[in-house]
Design a protein around this ligand. Structure first.
Ligand SMILES: Cc1ncc(COP(=O)(O)O)c(C=O)c1O
Length: 387
C-alpha cells in the first residue's frame, strides 16, 4: 500500500508561487495565502507518476478499466483507515463532493424543504441551500467546544425538514463529532425520516481523535445515508475533480438510475488514475502529512498562546484549518478584511460561514513551518498596530 519515493516535500515560496492555482494567485503577489483549503504540499509522487503514465503513453482514450478500479480502491482505503467496509454496489463516482451533495439536494428534496446544517459551516453548503431555494435550518454549534447541542437540534426540526447536510470532521470547527453527538443526530434523523448527507472528505486528516464514519456509528443511519469521500483534501488533489459517494438511500439511488446517462458527468482518466494511486499506494505519505499537520497545528497554538493571547483557537481535532476568534481585538466582524488589506495575509472571512462567524477568521496551516511563522507574524503585527 506504499510506493517508493513518496516522501513529503517541504513547500518553499518559490514552489508555491510558481503554481497557477487560486490559493497563491487570487491576491497581490506580496500577500501570504492561508485561505482556501488547498495544502502547500506537493501531492505524493505515486499520484503524479500514475497520471503521467497515461500522458506519456498517449493513453487518453475512453477508458472503463480505470473507472472500475476506483471504487474497490476507495472501499479498501476506508477499510484500512476507518474500519468501514462500504458496499461497492452502492458506490458511484462524481466530479466533486459538492457535485454529489447538490445532486442529493436538488433531486431528493423540494423547494422550501428544510435542510439542517451545523453552523458555522463550510460556506458552499449555505450557498447550495440558497441556490436551490431550500430553507436553511441552522443549528449553531455550542461555542464552548463547538459541540452539537441535542436540544437545539431537536427543536430546530419540523415536518418540513427533509435533510441534514453533515460535515464530519467539521469545517471550519475542526471537530470530530463523538458517539454521543452522532447519536443525537441519528435520533432526529430516524424520528423525522431525514436523509443525511455526510461529507467525510476530511476524514483522513485527523489529529487527536480517529475519524468515525457515520456509516459505522449508529444503526439508525442505515438506509438514510449518503457518505461523501474524496482524495482531494488528504492528498491535495482538489483540481483533479473526482469524488465518491456511498448511497445508502434507496430512493436517491432510484432517482439517479432514472437520470439521463450523462447528466452527472464523469471524472477524467487522469483524475481517476491519480485518485486510485492515492488510495492504493500512499498510506506512508498520508501518515507523514498527518504528522506534519499535527506539528503545524501545535506551532500555531503555541505561538498564539505566547505571542497573541487575545486571539484564541480551540485546537482542531482534525483538518488543517484553525477557527480563530478575534473578538477580543479591534478588527471588527470580519477580521480578514484588515488582515488582507493592511496585514497582507489572506484568511477566510468568518462571516462567510454564517452569522456565528462574526469576529472570526479561518486560517489554513497546511504549509511549511517557515511560511506559517511568517503568516503568524503578519497577523500579530496587524493586531498590534490596530489599537
Ligand atoms: C467540507 C467540504 N466539503 C466539500 C469541499 C469541496 O470539495 P469538492 O471540491 O470535492 O467539491 C470542501 C473544500 O474545502 C470542504 O471543506
Amino acid at each position: 500500500m506504499n510506493s517508493t519515493n513518496n516522501e513529503l516535500v517541504t513547500p518553499t515560496y518559490e514552489r508555491v508561487r510558481s503554481r497557477a492555482g487560486i490559493k497563491w494567485n487570487r491576491y497581490d503577489s506580496d500577500v501570504l495565502a492561508a485561505w482556501v483549503a488547498d495544502m502547500d504540499f506537493d501531492p505524493p509522487k505515486a499520484v503524479t507518476d500514475a497520471m503521467r503514465r497515461y500522458l506519456d503513453l498517449g493513453d487518453t482514450g475512453y477508458n472503463i478499466a480505470v473507472r472500475d478500479q476506483l471504487l474497490p480502491a476507495f472501499a479498501g482505503w476506508q477499510h484500512r483507515h476507518h474500519n468501514w467496509r462500504p458496499d461497492e454496489e452502492r458506490l458511484r463516482t462524481f466530479t466533486s463532493a459538492l457535485h454529489a451533495l447538490e445532486t442529493a439536494l436538488w433531486f431528493r428534496t423540494d423547494p422550501g424543504d428544510g435542510i439542517v446544517v451545523f453552523t458555522p459551516i463550510y460556506h458552499p453548503f449555505l450557498n447550495a441551500i440558497a441556490d436551490s431555494r431550500r430553507r436553511l435550518v441552522s443549528v449553531p454549534l455550542d461555542p464552548n467546544g463547538m459541540r452539537i447541542d441535542p436540544e437545539r437540534l431537536a427543536s430546530a426540526i419540523d415536518s418540513t425538514t427533509k435533510m441534514i447536510l453533515f460535515c464530519q470532521p467539521h469545517n471550519p470547527a475542526g471537530r470530530v463529532f463523538d458517539d454521543s453527538e452522532l447519536a443525537a443526530v441519528a435520533e432526529v434523523a430516524e424520528r423525522h425520516d431525514l436523509l443525511v448527507v455526510s461529507d467525510e472528505i476530511w476524514g483522513d486528516l485527523t489529529i487527536d481523535r480517529p475519524h468515525q464514519p457515520l456509516a459505522t456509528s449508529d444503526e439508525r443511519f442505515a438506509g438514510r445515508l449518503m457518505t461523501l469521500g474524496s482524495a482531494s483534501k488528504s492528498f491535495n488533489l482538489a483540481g483533479l475533480r473526482c469524488a465518491v459517494a456511498h448511497i445508502d438511500d434507496a430512493e436517491l439511488n432510484r432517482i439517479i438510475e432514472t437520470m439521463p446517462g450523462h447528466l452527472l458527468g464523469a471524472a477524467s482518466v487522469s483524475s481517476l488514475a491519480g485518485t486510485h494511486a492515492a488510495w492504493t499506494q500512499c498510506d506512508d505519505w498520508m501518515s507523514a502529512v498527518r504528522s506534519e499537520i499535527t506539528a503545524r497545528r501545535d506551532q500555531l497554538a503555541r505561538r498564539l498562546a505566547s505571542d497573541l493571547p487575545e486571539v484564541t483557537m480551540s485546537p482542531p481535532e482534525a483538518t488543517y484549518l484553525g477557527w480563530l476568534d478575534f473578538r477580543a481585538t479591534n478588527l471588527g466582524d470580519d477580521p480578514s478584511y484588515q488582515l488582507l488589506k493592511e496585514g497582507r495575509v489572506a484568511l477566510s472571512p468568518g462571516p462567510q460561514f454564517g452569522p456565528e462567524g462574526a469576529g472570526f477568521a479561518r486560517i489554513n496551516f497546511a504549509t511549511s513551518a517557515e511560511i506559517l511563522d511568517d503568516i503568524i507574524d503578519r497577523i500579530i503585527s496587524l493586531v498590534r498596530s490596530t489599537p
